[in-house]
Design a protein around this ligand. Structure first.
Ligand code: C2E
Ligand code: CA
Ligand code: CA
Length: 344
């Protein structure tokens, strides 16, 4: 029964004895590496593999093994990077942002905006990280992480607090209604704290004719929940206005705009920049402006950089204009020193 195949001895195990193609062995007198048991009869076959057999196998399959080995190394390195390196970096960045908020290193810059007659009627608050060694860091570099980690909420609270504290001693300088607008994240709209913070803000500045508004980007839509709708209703009840920001870049439906009763529509800079270019782009801008009029919302054109753009937008009924042509964003202190001593 037992035979020699490609130089390997196949052994037959039967009746407590082991046999190869020559003779019987006593059990345990030889070690086996692979065994195949018969399910129907009381015998099994085994083969004894030597180190030489293993080495030969490796040589026969070496290309496959090298690929397998490289893949394994790659997978292990990637796993190690994911497990140890990346979360640690993110964690470190989150910790840095958290302590920057705590230490009020994330500060309010403001960019004023004007009405049709170029009167300054309000400011948009824009976050800047005043890093002790790296200087001023723009929001694009830290807002996405603040949003992912939930730190955006304490950050917005801190900005509202700083603006309130700094404007409070200058309340007498506001002779007409002045709008202060904060950018908020959709995440914030499930929190009743937003209402409490808004009321706190308006109370602290009650001697000034301050109107508060929040800007929500069209790129991140709010979930239609009872909480969100109640919050928006309560904000409206207290005359807090809601603006849809970056309009034209996201996917807000007319139903969405009505559902949350947005009061203001901010036309994205990319459309404003189409003014004065080719006629196809101009049609898009005209359609956006038509839509805003039909929706009965106030309109703000963002990113106005030239007189031609300003003229065109005014002549097409845009209510407010914002952009470098009028004002650059500036530190709140600079705004207070430069503009609050003159009558607004
Ligand atoms: P945004 O809300 O659309 O703000 C307008 C951005 O356009 C600002 O960039 C402003 O500096 C810039 N800008 C204004 N006028 C002009 C112009 O005429 N030309 C050009 N090229 N740019 C102009 P910034 O301050 O870097 O902010 C970038 C974005 O970061 C903001 O876009 C907003 O989405 C976000 N962001 C800023 N501060 C906050 C914040 O406190 N909270 C939240 N959630 N997001 C914020
Ligand atoms: Ca904005
Ligand atoms: Ca915008």
């Amino acid at each position: 029964m037992a035979s020699v195949i490609e130089g390997q001895h196949i052994l037959l195990h039967i009746d407590g004895k082991i046999m190869d193609d020559q003779q019987f062995f006593e059990p345990n007198s030889t070690s086996v590496s692979l065994t195949l048991n018969s399910s129907n009869y009381p015998y099994s076959l085994s083969v004894k593999l030597t180190y030489h057999d293993y080495i030969e196998h490796i040589q026969d399959h070496k290309l496959l093994l090298v690929i397998y080995f490289l893949f394994l190394c790659g997978a292990l390195s990637w796993g190690a990077y994911r497990l140890m390196n990346k979360p640690e970096t993110l964690e470190t960045l989150e910790t840095l942002i958290a302590s920057a908020i705590e230490n009020e290193e994330i500060i309010p810059y403001v960019q004023p905006y004007v009405d049709k007659d170029s009167n300054m009627v309000g400011v948009e608050v824009l976050a800047r990280w005043l890093h002790p060694s790296k200087g001023v860091i723009n929001p694009d570099l830290f807002i996405p992480l603040a949003e992912d980690s939930g730190l955006i909420i304490p950050m917005t609270k801190s900005l509202m607090n700083q603006v309130q504290k700094k404007l409070s001693p200058h309340q007498g300088c506001f002779s007409q209604e002045f709008n202060i607008s904060f950018n908020i994240s959709a995440k914030h709209c499930t929190r009743s704290e937003l209402l409490e913070d808004s009321l706190g803000f308006l109370n602290a500045l009650s001697k000034a004719k301050v109107a508060l508004s929040f800007e929500l980007t069209e790129r991140e839509l709010i979930e239609d929940t009872r909480e969100a709708r109640e919050l928006f209703d309560a904000l409206h009840l207290h005359h807090v206005q809601l603006a849809i920001d970056d309009f034209g870049t996201g996917h807000a439906s007319l139903n969405y705009l009505n559902l949350f009763h947005f009061d203001v529509l901010k036309i994205d800079r990319s459309f404003v920049q189409m003014v004065g270019t080719n006629s196809v782009s101009m049609h898009i801008v005209e359609n956006l402006l038509d839509l805003a009029v039909r929706l009965d919302m106030k309109t703000v054109a963002e990113g106005v950089e030239t007189e031609e753009q300003a003229k065109y937008l005014r002549s097409h009924g845009v209510d407010y204009l914002q952009g470098y042509f009028f004002f650059q964003p500036m530190p709140l202190d600079e705004f207070i020193n430069t503009y609050l001593d003159v009558s607004l």
